[in-house]
Design a binder for this molecule. Structure first.
Ligand code: ATP
Ligand code: MG
Length: 564
C-alpha cells in the first residue's frame, strides 16, 4: 500500500500521534478506525477521512478498523454496507480481519445502559419526542427536568426491560442519561440513549426493538476496540464531553478523540441526506451517476483511486473548514490520467472530409504513439483512407485571426498522418449547413513532416470514415451552478445545473477501441479523458464518459477573440 512517509506529511493529527508514540502512550500502539454509517454510498469527503485513518495506521505500523456504525436500521441496508466495502477496497485500503459492526456490541451496549441505570445515571422518560425537545431548552435557555427524571432505580430497570421486551409503542418511552439539564452544552442535557424502533435490523434481524443512539454507541465501540486515536469531524467537538462522561461513568478505556475539518467541495453537496434526495428524485441516475461526488460515481466517470488519494493528500488535514475548489480535484485526475491513459482519436461532432487526390478504395495503416509520457506503452496502427471525419469545430469557413486549424485554402497536419489543404466546401442548399469538405493531401508529408521543411501551425485529429466505430459520448459538467449549494438549505436543488449532462450521439472513434474493456480510460487526443461506461457500453454500441477535459488553449484563444 503506497503511503507517504511521516517525514513528508505534517499535520496536527500526525503531530499528536507522534507525540503519543514518543511518550509511549497506549504502549506505542496506533489503532484507528473508519466508522461509516451504512446509510448511503461513500463520497469524496469519506475518502479524505479514510485516507487519514488508514494512512495514519499504515505510517505508524498500527492498524485501522473498518466499523459500520449501524445503529439506525430505518436508514441502513446491506446494499450500502457492501458498496462501502467495495469502494474502500477500490481505493486500496485494507482492514485485514478488523471488520466490525456497532451492532456486534448491542448486547454489551445494553449492559452498559443497565449499568448506568443501576448507578442512578440513566432513567426511562415517558415524555414524547416533541416534549423532550421542548424541555431541552435552547442555546440561550437552560433546559427543564422531565417529571420522570427522579424515578426510582428499580422502576427504571423494569421499564427499560419492558422497552426491550417490546411491551411499549414506538415513541412512548426513551432511556435518557441523567446528566445536567442546565449545561451550556446541549449534548449534556440528558441525551437519549435508547429509543424504541420496531424495525428489523440488517444484521440482528428482529432480536432488538430498542436501538442505541449513535452517541451512545460510538465512543463505547471505540473503547471496546481499544481504538487509540478516534478521529472525527469538527461537528463532534461538542459531543466529546458526552463521550467522556459515558466512558468515565462506565469506567472503561478512553480513546482519544481528535477533530478535523470536514471536506467541502465547490459546486457539490456532500451530505448523504442530500445525495440520497438527488437519487430519489431522479435528478441523477443513481448513486453511481458519473456526476455524483460518490466514489462509485467517480469510478464510473474515469477517476482513478490514485488520483483521489493524491487529491486527499494534497488538500491536507486542518481544523479550519474551507471549501476546496473542485478544479483542484480535476487537476489531480488530469495529472494521473496523463500518465496512465492510452491515447486514441475520436471525433465527437463529425464533419466529413474527402481527400480528392487519395486513391479510392486504398487504405493504409499509420503508426500512432500510445502514450508520449510512457514509451513502454508502445504504438498502434490507425487506418487512413480517402474519406475521413474531423471535428466540426476544427473547421471555419471564415476563420478569425490566429485560427490555425482547417479553413478554405489553409494547410493543417492530420495527427500521425499527412498535411491536407482544404479546397472546397459543400453545403446543404436548403439549410446552408456545411455537409462536407474537399481537401488534397501531400503524399510527401507522411508522418507529419514536409521534406521541404515547410511548417503548418495546426494539428487536428481525425478518424477514417470507413473504419471508425459509432459511439455515444457523455460530457459532464458540475452538478451545481453555485459554489456552495450546501449553504442554500432546503432549496439546494434550485441550483442544479441543467447542463450537467450533454449526450452526444453519432460520435466516431478509431477502430482500435472495439476491444476497449469496460472501465478503460483513454485520452481522446485534443479533447480530454474518457472512460468506457461500465454500465451502458456494449461492444456494438460504445458509450464513453468524459472524466475531465484537457486544458484547451484553443478555447482560451477563442474566448479572448470573441470578447475582444
Ligand atoms: P451525513 O452526511 O449523513 O452526516 P456522515 O458524513 O457523518 O453522514 P458517516 O458515514 O458517519 O457519514 O461518515 C463516516 C466517516 O467519514 C466519519 O468519520 C465522518 O466524520 C467522515 N466524513 C463524512 N463526511 C466527511 C467530509 N465531508 N469530510 C471529511 N470526513 C467526512
Ligand atoms: Mg456520521
Amino acid at each position: 500500500m503506497a503511503s507517504s512517509s511521516p517525514d513528508v506529511t505534517q499535520d496536527f493529527v500526525r503531530s499528536i500521534v507522534r507525540e503519543d508514540l514518543s511518550n509511549n502512550k497506549n504502549g506505542g500502539k496506533v489503532i484507528t478506525r473508519f466508522p461509516p454509517e451504512p446509510n448511503g454510498y461513500l463520497h469524496i469527503g469519506h475518502a479524505k477521512s479514510a485516507q487519514l485513518n488508514f494512512g495514519l495506521a499504515a505510517e505508524y505500523g498500527g492498524r485501522c478498523h473498518l466499523r459500520f456504525d449501524d445503529t439506525n436500521p430505518d436508514k441502513e441496508s446491506v446494499e450500502y454496507a457492501e458498496s462501502i466495502i467495495r469502494d474502500l477496497r477500490w481505493l486500496g485500503w485494507d482492514w485485514g480481519d478488523y471488520l466490525f459492526y456497532a451492532s456486534d456490541y448491542f448486547d454489551q451496549l445494553h449492559d452498559y445502559a443497565v449499568q448506568l441505570i443501576k448507578a442512578g445515571k440513566a432513567y426511562v422518560d415517558d415524555l414524547s419526542a416533541d416534549e423532550v425537545r421542548d424541555y431541552r431548552g435552547t442555546l440561550t435557555q437552560a433546559g427543564r427536568e422531565s417529571p420522570y427524571r427522579h424515578r426510582p432505580i428499580e422502576e427504571n430497570l423494569q421499564l427499560f426491560e419492558g422497552m426491550r421486551a417490546g411491551e411499549y409503542e414506538e415513541g412512548s418511552r426513551v432511556l435518557r442519561a441523567k446528566i445536567d439539564m442546565s449545561s451550556g452544552n446541549i449534548n449534556m442535557r440528558d441525551p437519549v440513549l435508547y429509543r424504541i424502533m420496531k424495525t428489523s435490523h440488517h444484521r440482528t434481524g428482529d432480536k432488538w426493538c430498542i436501538y442505541p443512539m449513535y452517541d451512545f454507541a460510538h465512543g463505547q465501540s471505540d473503547s471496546l476496540e481499544s481504538v487509540t486515536h478516534s478521529i472525527c469531524t469538527m461537528e463532534y467537538e461538542d459531543h466529546r464531553p458526552l463521550y467522556d462522561w459515558f466512558l468515565d461513568e462506565l469506567g472503561i478505556y478512553h480513546s482519544q478523540q481528535i477533530e478535523f475539518a470536514r471536506l467541502n467541495l465547490s459546486n457539490t453537496v456532500l451530505s448523504k441526506r442530500r445525495l440520497l434526495s438527488l437519487v430519489e428524485t431522479g435528478d441523477v441516475s443513481g448513486w453511481d451517476d458519473p456526476r455524483m461526488p460518490t466514489l462509485a460515481g467517480m469510478r464510473r466517470r474515469g477517476y482513478t483511486p490514485e488520483a483521489i488519494r493524491s487529491f486527499c493528500e494534497r488538500i491536507g488535514v486542518a481544523k479550519r473548514v474551507t471549501t476546496v475548489d473542485i478544479a483542484h480535484l480535476e487537476h489531480c485526475v488530469r495529472e494521473d490520467l496523463n500518465e496512465r491513459a492510452q491515447r486514441a482519436m475520436a471525433v465527437l461532432r463529425p464533419l466529413k472530409v474527402i481527400i480528392d487526390n487519395y486513391p479510392e478504395g486504398q487504405t493504409e495503416d499509420l503508426e500512432a504513439v500510445n502514450n508520449p509520457e510512457d514509451e513502454g506503452m508502445g504504438t498502434r496502427r490507425v487506418p487512413f483512407s480517402r474519406m475521413l471525419y474531423v471535428e466540426r469545430d476544427d473547421f471555419r469557413e471564415h476563420p478569425p485571426r490566429n485560427f490555425y486549424r482547417l479553413a478554405p485554402g489553409s494547410e493543417v497536419r492530420l495527427r500521425y498522418g499527412y498535411f491536407i489543404t482544404c479546397t472546397s466546401v459543400v453545403k446543404d442548399p436548403a439549410t446552408g449547413e456545411i455537409t462536407e469538405l474537399h481537401c488534397t493531401y501531400d503524399p510527401a508529408t507522411k508522418g507529419g513532416h514536409a521534406p521541404d521543411g515547410r511548417r503548418v501551425r495546426g494539428t487536428i485529429h481525425w478518424v477514417s470514415a470507413g473504419h471508425a466505430l459509432p459511439a455515444t459520448v457523455r460530457l459532464y459538467d458540475h452538478l451545481f451552478t453555485v459554489e456552495k449549494p450546501d449553504e442554500m438549505g432546503a432549496d439546494f436543488r434550485d441550483a442544479l445545473n441543467s447542463k450537467s449532462l450533454e449526450t452526444l450521439r453519432g460520435c466516431q472513434v478509431e477502430p482500435s477501441l472495439a476491444s476497449a474493456e469496460l472501465g478503460a480510460i483513454y485520452q481522446f487526443e485534443r479533447l480530454g479523458y474518457y472512460c468506457v461506461d461500465a454500465v451502458d457500453s456494449k461492444p456494438d454500441a460504445l458509450v464513453f464518459n468524459r472524466a475531465v477535459s484537457l486544458r484547451d488553449t484553443w478555447a482560451r484563444i477563442e474566448r479572448s477573440q470573441e470578447s475582444g
